[in-house]
Design a binder for this molecule. Structure first.
Ligand code: MF3
Ligand code: CO
Length: 288
């Protein structure tokens, strides 16, 4: 091992090149390898501080917007509230103008059969609706991303179930997170549980690295997969399982090219947190 050529491609022996001698060097070495091999940015202590602040802000905006979501309120009104809260905090809503075609609003509001990326509109919420509200903020060059479900009671049993199962999926996905565990374990834990509950796991959309950019490598699959990248301290990523009552397949709206609906138009639900891998386990960053 020590006499093997260094992973960096210098042609020198590993022991004479990137061989770690101190804990801080181990981190630097791992960070170089993760960047080179996977494009994954391991975060420094200073970066983690900023990311934690962006995440706490996202969580607090999410809480306020969820509290405001009641029967008769439109998702555009929720969007306007989110814009105001970002402004007051000197933050930028990350979704606004993101991607291609540019996303038109500050938040995502995914109603009933909408899997994700629902665009706020002028239709009032009504009894029986379930709504995912997804808040992603940029603050001081750092990003945080989280989402929750809101139910406009009373809701039917199928919606109740998909909301509960998706929340449990998020918790089970988070629970396996610690150093040296492969990322594929998250999808394993989530799909194992969802399937026993008679629900399906969306495989068209995934969680993602986040922190210094809105979306960074790696992809974090919520379904069975073979991504054998090991979690290591300093990794920051989202877990955001989208769970369907019926089939897993989704169809993207051909008009706006963002909103994804279940193919069978049955209900879908999602919850999301941003997670940091620590030396001994994980920290949920998107808690208030
Ligand atoms: N949490 C969602 C995601 O990471 C937020 C999407 S915002 C959008 O995909 F702009 F991409 F729609
Ligand atoms: Co996300």
């Amino acid at each position: 091992m020590r006499n093997d050529p260094c992973w960096c491609g210098s042609g020198k022996k590993w022991k004479k090149c990137h061989f770690p001698h101190k804990p801080s060097e181990t981190f630097i070495t791992t960070a170089e390898i993760y960047l080179k091999k996977y494009g994954i940015i391991l975060k420094t202590a200073e970066e983690i501080k900023r990311i934690r602040k962006a995440c706490k802000l996202a969580a607090s905006i999410l809480k306020k917007v969820c509290e405001y979501a009641k029967e008769g309120v439109t998702t555009n009104e929720l969007d306007h509230l989110a814009v105001k809260l970002h402004k007051e905090a000197n933050a930028i809503p990350a979704p606004l103008h993101y991607g291609n075609p540019p996303y038109p609003k500050a938040i995502c509001t995914s109603l009933n059969e909408v899997i994700c990326h629902g665009i706020p509109n002028d239709i009032p919420l009504k009894k029986g609706d379930i709504l995912n509200i997804d808040i992603s903020c940029q603050l001081n060059g750092a990003f945080g991303d989280c989402s929750s479900m809101v139910a406009i009671q009373p809701i039917d049993e199928e919606k109740e179930k998909v909301m509960d199962v998706s929340y449990e999926c998020l918790l089970r996905g988070i629970a396996v997170c610690k150093p040296n565990v492969p990322l594929l374990t998250i999808g394993q834990a989530i799909e194992d549980f969802a399937v026993t509950q008679g629900c399906s796991v969306v495989n068209q959309f995934v969680g993602h690295g986040i922190g210094l950019k809105f979306h960074e490598p790696p992809e974090v699959c919520h379904h069975y997969n073979k991504i054998d990248i090991l979690m290591v301290p300093g990794m920051t990523f989202t877990i955001e399982p989208m769970i369907n009552a019926g089939v897993r397949e989704g169809v993207i709206d051909p008009k706006n090219q963002w909103e994804a609906r279940t193919k069978d138009l049955k209900a879908s639900a999602q919850w999301e947190h941003t997670i940091l891998i620590t030396d001994f386990g994980h920290e949920i960053l998107t808690l208030e």
